[in-house]
Design a protein around this ligand. Sequence first.
Ligand SMILES: [Zn+2]
Length: 148
Amino acid sequence: MHTAEHILNSVMDKMYHCGRSFNSHIESKKSKCDYRIKKGLSGKEIMAVERTVNEIIKLKVPVREEMVSRREADKKYFTGKLPEDAQELVRIITIGNFDACPCIGEHVSNTSEIGSFTITSADFNEGILRIRFKISREEAEERARLAV
Ligand SMILES: [Zn+2]
């Protein structure tokens, strides 16, 4: 879920220039992310987001972590969600060359382990777009089983 959130944030920012989600709630069953954006997205646009996230998942992009100093993190990454008193070292999660952002959550080692990504709803209200999504591991687990 955490890794899926990173990809979704990156896709949203790249496609609609709305920045990463400013508020999110990540759980194992379903999650939601809020974005500040001028107008809501059409059904077609939402489907394009979902498709793009799934394309990245299928590419088996390696997910790595590195530790950088807080000062370097503030310069290079979106650290708006880090607490002011975050430690001197910040963990950065990179997804290939596609995305990098600070996070303390748990992540997969490559994107294909995520499974399939589905946007279950998207509502737009007063400048805030809320995207709810879930991931289905079945496909990923099936693939892993067949590979044994
Ligand atoms: Zn994360």
